[in-house]
Design a protein around this ligand. Sequence first.
Ligand code: ADP
Length: 651
Amino acid sequence: MSIMRGTWPRSCWYSVGLILVFNSLFLALVLLKPGTPHQFVVSDDVGQALGWLLATLLCFVGLTKPGPRTRSHVDSILTTPLQRWIPILLAAGIFCQFIGQVVYTYLDARNMVDFPSLADVGYLSTFPFLFLGIMLLPTRPLSGFTRARVFLDGFIVITAAVTFSWFFVLGPTMLQKSGSVLSTIVGSAYPFFDLVLIFCVIQLSFPSSDPVLQPAIRLLSLSFIVIVITDSIYDYLTLQGIYHSGLQDIGWPIGYTLLGLAAQALNLARTREMPDSEAEPGKKYSRDAIIAASTGLRALLPYALIPAVIALTFFTWRKGVDVSLARGVYFGEIALIGLVLLRQFFTIRETIYYNKQLRQVQQEVHSKNQALSEANKQLEEQATQIAAAYEQERHVNELKDLFLANVNHELRTPLTAVHGYLELLQEYQGQLDAPSEANFINLAVQGCDELQQLVSNVLDAIQGDSQGKAPQIEALPVAGVVEEVINLFEPQKRQEYHVEVNIPGTLAVMADRQHLHQVLLNLLSNAFKYAPKDTTVALSAQLRDIPEGEGQQVCLCVQDAGVGIPPAEIPVLFGKFVRLRRDVVGPVGGTGLGLYICKQLVEPMGGRIWVESSGIVGEGSRFYFTLPAAPDISRQSERAGQERVTLAYEG
Ligand code: ADP
């Protein structure tokens, strides 16, 4: 149950009810004044004593054993062991008042009242306990300027109160000629202690205490104000010699029972579980409270008494009162003016200080916002990357499916052909004429070659993915290697095309022989596959300077005059399992691995591969790839001029 949120436990409401009933009865007593005057005075005394006893008892409602911290008190507001004694100190203070009143009642009943008497010992003992209790209340740290300003506020109020007290109570009491020294001291102690209580109220109104304690603190302040007012009226009436028991006495039971209720509220706050935001009592600035206190009507409170002091000064000056009293009032007035000026100075400094803090906080918020937006950007980038990775994964899966379907189809075609021709040879063994037999055997071998090529392509692609064997680089004559590769094709195939080779005889590259073979083989077989018969397939090579100045490169080109490649599909052509849409559904078979393998082989040798094509039927395509030129031979070639090997494989 939280007293912060305005929901008081039932015990509190019972206490409030009890206080109301008691004070109503007391009010009835002082208004009706039953019995003889003496009987009324005694019953007034008894009523007050009962009020103090009730207030003492209220302090113990909800009180748990003070002493070492128990588990449930770990998060309590009143953290130090001493602070846990505050309600008991308040109870002790009220109880002293009760004792004093019992003695006073006894003396009053016997008409033995004297001043000072033993009762004053009880009454005056009250104040140290109350003062100690208030001083032990927890506070929160405040900034230097705020502390100075709050201190000055208190000082202004106390100076005004002292000035008034000096004029009306303290001064006359101290200056009175009649009575002993002891009676003067004891008599002055009361208004002095009332000033101490005013100081306590100021201390309580500091915006530095924990918000959880606010209800208790408000009750404490209220009770002290009521007590001080009642005391002051009593002192004044006594000084004037016109005091009689009566209505003004109601102030004491009201003030002290409220004090008891405040102690009860403190007991509640003590055992209250701390919300997270307030987990560190006393450790942080109570900014809201400070701001509330430094703005609006509350900020004007310290000035409220100043007009009254000015009026008092004016009155003192005009009426011509006792010199000592008048001097005290003038002194108080001057001190007040000085304090107000000083307060103004600290208020300005405080405003500057908080403005600076505000700017700092704004900057912090700004940089945090920036960090947040950067983090957001990063998150967005990551999300895009994840989406791309997902897309890639999906694409790879699609390719896998495509590959399986393709390989299945591509393997079956030559396998069926081989199987078919071998079956024919087996069935008609000895019956076939020699040319037919040779033709069937030839076709079966051709099927086997196709199968071999297909399997090796698949293996190359897989190998390229997994280990990527390092190429064995050596200087190779380009024309020689090209010739070897062309000769790998059957003469019949070569005869179906006009194969032209235009390569300088001394041109050499730094490459892996097998890799170069494979690349040329793939490009040439593609040209034979995708270009119609009786068209030209041209192979050329030339030296090129590369812009970075890292030596020279040889650029080889395989050109055909086929259907070409649509430019839109060129960027993806060297990917794994990529076939042109046209060929996926067309009659020419393939796995979409040949060009991918070429790229995997050319790049580790320090080269690059690409294709140029307009996509117009008949204009064909030009596949280029570069390789580092072999230094010595290229220099020779420069010296010897462009001695070219021009070959035509026809007929
Ligand atoms: P495959 O020929 O086994 O399908 P490649 O990787 O060698 O695989 O070729 C990929 C695709 O590029 C081919 O399917 C074909 O569509 C297209 N292509 C390759 N070379 C040529 C060419 N010379 N002319 C037209 N299209 C070609």
